[in-house]
Design a protein around this ligand. Structure first.
Ligand SMILES: CC(C)NC(=O)[C@H](Cc1c[nH]c2ccccc12)NC(=O)[C@H](CCCC/N=C(/NCCC(=O)O)S[C@H]1O[C@H](COP(=O)(O)OP(=O)(O)OC[C@H]2O[C@@H](n3cnc4c(N)ncnc43)[C@H](O)[C@@H]2O)[C@@H](O)[C@H]1O)NC(=O)OCc1ccccc1
Length: 259
């Protein structure tokens, strides 16, 4: 039997109810995290870092302090992630959400800094933690365009590109721990949550619900009366605020939800 059949056979408790809820929904808001891209080969934050960064807690690397202290060390990690992102493809979960938008009003607010939703054909409402591919000067904030050298294999240190305006170090356009979320992304996500009503559906896909303020979004959506559905193989910090918990992966469950 092929993988699809195997997936087809595995019963996901609550799937029927979730399909019904989605059928009756006028609007769908997707809150996605690292698990959404795991089956594309993008490691989640909780997955052990591989190789060079094995000993490093990503939340220590993804900070303004780490950048201040040693830009080439932090840049090497991001350049490697940019390189990895170029080598992977959206998965069946990303594609299912893009298909759903053909017959439902779908908004996606993601914690992910990858562009896999867009590459699957979705329009993303907000990247609340920024984007790996948007680069800017860490001194004058000038957006950095032009090619970015990425290492074949992980390297310990790599000089970040220099800003064409002021010569400063160019940093990734992501939100580091301790940094405020992009005002526009936060405003649009909050507006989308406040616009939710009875009967609307919120899909919480592949997030452990640990990082704030994003971890508070599912409860805010529930408070608006929407039906909140978690898609995650394991229990999370937000499972309790969800009406339905579908214990499976994004690429396994989402295609069956929108079929
Ligand atoms: C660690 C945590 C406790 N710390 C925070 O939340 C901090 C501090 C904080 C603020 N308010 C708080 C309140 C309480 C406690 C702490 C705080 N928040 C901040 O600093 C935020 C900024 C946070 C953004 C940080 N940047 C990221 N990313 C970009 C960088 C980069 O990518 O390098 S966060 C990054 O990690 C997070 C990882 O979480 P998940 O996406 O949930 O992924 P994770 O790996 O954890 O879990 C994966 C899940 O998927 C599941 N899964 C696995 N495979 C699959 C599969 N195949 N299918 C489906 N699911 C799957 C797994 O079971 C698992 O559940 C994502 O958000 C991701 O973007 N800024 C801020 O609040 O500014 C103002 C401020 C500042 C200071 C103090 C007060 C206020």
């Amino acid at each position: 039997t092929s993988d699809a059949d195997a997936v087809e056979e595995t019963q996901v408790a609550g799937l029927g109810e979730a399909v019904d809820a989605l059928r009756g929904a006028r609007r769908v808001l997707v809150l996605s995290g690292a698990g959404m891209s795991a089956e594309s080969g993008v490691p989640t934050f909780r997955d052990a870092q591989t190789g060079l960064w094995e000993q490093v807690d990503p939340t220590d690397l993804a900070t303004p302090e780490a950048w201040e202290q040693d830009p080439p060390y932090v840049w090497a990690w991001y350049a490697w992630r940019i390189g990895r992102l170029r080598a992977v493809q959206p998965n069946a979960g990303h594609r299912a959400l893009a298909e759903l938008a053909a017959y439902r009003e779908v908004s996606i607010a993601t914690q992910n800094v990858d562009d896999l939703h867009e590459r699957a054909g979705s329009t993303v409402l907000a990247h609340v933690h920024g984007s790996l591919t948007d680069l800017r000067c860490s001194d004058c904030a000038t957006p950095h365009v032009g090619p970015v050298e990425v290492p074949e294999d992980p390297v310990e240190r790599l000089e970040p590109p220099s800003c064409g305006e002021c010569g400063g170090d160019v940093r990734p356009g992501v939100v580091w721990f301790g940094e405020m979320l992009p005002a526009r992304a936060l405003a649009e996500t909050t507006a989308a949550i406040e616009a939710l009503t009875e009967g609307d559906v919120v899909l919480v896909v592949g997030t452990s619900g640990v990082v704030y303020p994003a971890a508070g979004f599912p409860a805010m959506a529930r408070a608006e009366g929407a039906t909140v559905i978690e898609v995650n193989p394991t229990e999370t910090e937000v499972s309790d605020v969800c009406d339905l918990r579908l214990r499976g992966t994004a690429a396994q469950v989402l295609p069956r939800l929108v079929a």
